[in-house]
Design a binder for this molecule. Structure first.
Ligand SMILES: Cc1cc2nc3c(=O)[nH]c(=O)nc-3n(C[C@H](O)[C@H](O)[C@H](O)COP(=O)(O)OP(=O)(O)OC[C@H]3O[C@@H](n4cnc5c(N)ncnc54)[C@H](O)[C@@H]3O)c2cc1C
Length: 666
């Protein structure tokens, strides 16, 4: 790796040249670095805004899941069958589904080898269970902190291999070059968050390849269960011209607010009491009772929420588990009340029925009995079933034996994101979006498949780079010549921000505007009129953002770049949603599209909750919506979903190609 210092437009730039730059330090980034290193490509550099920040290291749930092919026990499975299940999630390309299925065993065993303690029985079986949208018990878990354990194992290996890491460094722009009909990345511009003054803060990367593992776009939402340290940077790739897909598809569900945590699994299976209060915590009311006929139906819906965590429009009718999410949303946004989960007391039924084991639905009763958890209160049931779930809140100074948890319906994961091919390479060539920033998933995805996709994608990106793009970057002066106009443009912005006077609107207010707009327009309830208005507002904000920014210190400049990036990201996300709604897209995945000619999911709900379910019989529904931002213009395109391919599986043919070092061709 070559390092140089150059003076440029009044800034002293530190410049690195390497074969591959890896942005981020979550599970996807770290695995990419390890896989490249193992494949012999050692001219690599990890750059991350904060070691230990991001979703992988800081998120979890009661039993955080990794999804893989079921290769132990009595359940028959195959890569093809698993690919079909992923493909059934709709709007997922079949070849990508096949790669994720095929690569899952190898990726899982790599994590095992690195020390992630996935449970195994005495005969060596990696035991599993059924997760959301999973017919074959492919889920496995190392507990509430599976992804944190993955971070620890992978980061230990990165350090053991002495892979170079630049910490406290935020990439603010990707640098590109354009040829005839192709565009490719050639490097990046970053800011050193610890620099003493703006003139010394900028870093340039001259790289053949960029593996972008910047995670989900957490920072554009107000109601969020992403960890506060995750912000996302999808906009830097959008600004550089990369195509995104399925941006309408995210997952939302019940999460605690004081400490952000996903309240799935046993947090619901122990049947806590839901109640709401006014803004000051007065006037408590068990608001769900108005909508459920009896305590048995209510407790069943709460119980089911355990393994039906993401909100889903087709789980509302007939007192389904998602009716609860809808009612929480209504209570908070329309009634302007706060909503809580209480583990100290049992729910009371609509007719004042008292909780007892006799009122429980058979499935609920049998689950609690098998778990030795038929106890008097939700807290005692949780103690019996999952003590670590209690400890986790204690670790954050919240004692759920005394204190209710304030909750909301929060965004948790983006199924969509940047588009990649079967080697996770973007149409902006040499850019490899891996992990959550890559939108490989469809409308629905099995729980745990996000972590698998990140591991498989980063492995495949590394494989392609080590086979095809395994050469040195151009000499530095050549790179600078290609990128100088883009670098100048960004540095001119900085000079302008520094020279501006402080204005009335603070960064916090501008970030808030983006987050409120996204949570209120692109959350679980989506409305065509409201979205059209939100896109216009987002566009105006984007047009004006550079005039609203002032910054003098390094941290402010870094925040200014983030604000621009979030602003563009939210504009593109809203534009994709608007396109979907304008073209007649209906409720699916984790959102409802309100429609006054639709069906009312519950007779006691007001008319504006009517909606129709997506039947995938319209182009906008059964094709993949791609979106791109070029020359300040949004372009969308509907793309046929590619089927699962028939593979070449004749051993001699594949072997021959491998002997010729042409594995990528067979
Ligand atoms: C509450 C919760 C529960 C979940 N449960 C599950 C589950 O059970 N199963 C499952 O499969 N998935 C689950 N997920 C999703 C899964 O955890 C994430 O999709 C995955 O961890 C993302 O990993 P990643 O490596 O892509 O990104 P992250 O781990 O988010 O890492 C992104 C990295 O990029 C860095 N970064 C970002 N922008 C820049 C920049 N411009 N410059 C430098 N660095 C940058 C960040 O600091 C961070 O290091 C859950 C998510 C949440 C929030």
């Amino acid at each position: 790796m070559e390092r140089k210092i150059v003076d440029f437009e009044g800034f002293r730039l530190c410049c690195y040249s390497s074969n591959t730059l890896i942005i981020g330090s979550g599970a996807a980034a770290l695995n990419a670095a390890i896989q490249l290193h193992m494949a012999g490509q050692k001219d690599i550099l990890i750059v991350t805004e904060k070691w230990g920040a991001g979703t992988t290291r800081n998120a979890g749930s009661d039993k955080q899941t990794y999804y893989k092919l079921s290769f132990t026990g009595d359940e028959p499975d195959s890569a093809r069958i698993m690919a079909e299940d992923l493909f059934k999630g709709k709007c997922m390309h079949g070849d990508i589904a096949l790669c994720e299925a095929q690569g899952s065993v190898q990726s899982f065993l790599n994590l095992v080898r690195l020390g992630v303690p996935f449970p195994q029985n005495r005969y060596g079986a990696w035991v599993g269970y059924k997760t959301d949208h999973d017919p074959r018990a492919r889920g496995t878990s190392a507990g509430p902190y599976t992804s944190k354990l993955m971070f620890e194992a992978l980061s230990g290996e990165v350090k053991k291999r002495k892979i170079k890491i630049l910490d406290n460094t935020r990439v603010v722009a990707l640098l590109t070059k354009s040829g005839k009909n192709v565009r490719e990345v050639i490097g990046a511009l970053a800011i050193d968050l610890k620099a003493d003054k703006p003139e010394n803060a900028f870093i340039l990367f001259n790289s053949v390849n960029i593996i972008m593992a910047t995670g989900g776009p957490a920072g554009i939402y107000r109601d969020s269960v992403y960890p506060p340290s995750q912000h996302g940077s999808t906009g830097i790739a959008l600004e550089a011209g990369a195509t995104a897909q399925n941006l309408t598809e995210s997952q939302f569900g019940i999460a605690s607010l004081k400490f952000r945590w996903n309240l799935s699994g046993s947090y619901q299976q122990v049947i806590p009491r839901y109640f709401s209060t006014d803004k000051n915590g007065n006037d408590p009311k068990e608001f769900l009772n108005e909508f459920f006929p009896d305590l048995r139906t209510l407790t069943r819906a709460i119980f089911l929420k355990g393994y039906q965590w993401p909100f889903s429009p087709d789980r509302i009718n007939n007192y389904g588990s998602s009716l609860i999410d809808l009612l929480i949303y209504r209570e908070r946004t329309e009634k302007k009340r706060r909503v809580f989960l209480d583990y100290t007391r049992n729910p009371i039924g609509p007719a004042g029925e008292k909780f007892s084991k006799n009122i429980l639905d058979n499935e609920v009763y049998s689950y609690l009995e098998k778990s030795n958890a038929l106890k008097e209160t939700p807290y005692k049931r949780l103690q019996a079933m999952n003590q670590p779930a209690i400890q986790l809140f204690l670790d954050h100074n919240i004692d759920i034996s005394r204190e209710p948890l304030e909750i909301a319906i929060c965004v948790q994961h983006n199924n969509g994101g940047l588009k990649g091919n079967i080697w996770w390479e973007s149409d902006l060539l040499h850019l490899f979006p891996v992990g959550e920033v890559n939108g490989s998933h469809g409308v629905y995805r099995p729980g745990g498949s996000a972590l698998n996709s990140g591991q498989v994608g980063s492995y495949r990106a590394a494989k392609w780079i080590s086979k095809k793009y395994n050469y040195n970057p151009p000499p530095f002066f050549e790179f600078l010549e290609l990128a100088s106009a883009q670098i100048k443009e960004k540095l001119a912005l900085v000079t302008k921000w520094i020279s501006e006077q402080k204005r009335g609107v603070s960064f916090e207010e501008l970030f808030k505007e983006i987050r409120v707009r996204m949570s209120e327009t692109a959350g679980i309830i989506r409305n065509p009129g409201k979205t059209g208005k939100a896109v216009k507002e987002a566009y105006e904000m984007l047009e004006n953002i550079d005039h609203q920014i002032y910054a003098s210190r390094v941290k402010e400049i870094a925040d200014a770049f983030r604000l621009r990036e979030h602003c563009l990201t939210h504009y593109i996300y809203l534009s994709a949603l608007n396109k979907y709604l304008e073209a007649g897209g209906r409720s699916r995945g984790s959102f409802i599209v309100t429609d006054n000619k639709g069906i009312l999911p519950h007779s006691k709900l007001e008319n504006h909750w009517r909606f129709n379910i997506c039947n995938y019989d319209r182009d906008i529904e059964n094709k993949i919506l791609e979106i791109k931002y070029l020359n300040k213009t949004v372009r969308t395109r509907l793309v046929e979903v590619r089927p699962i391919p028939q593979q070449e599986l004749w051993f001699e043919k594949v072997w021959k190609k491998n002997l010729e070092d042409k594995m990528t061709e067979c």
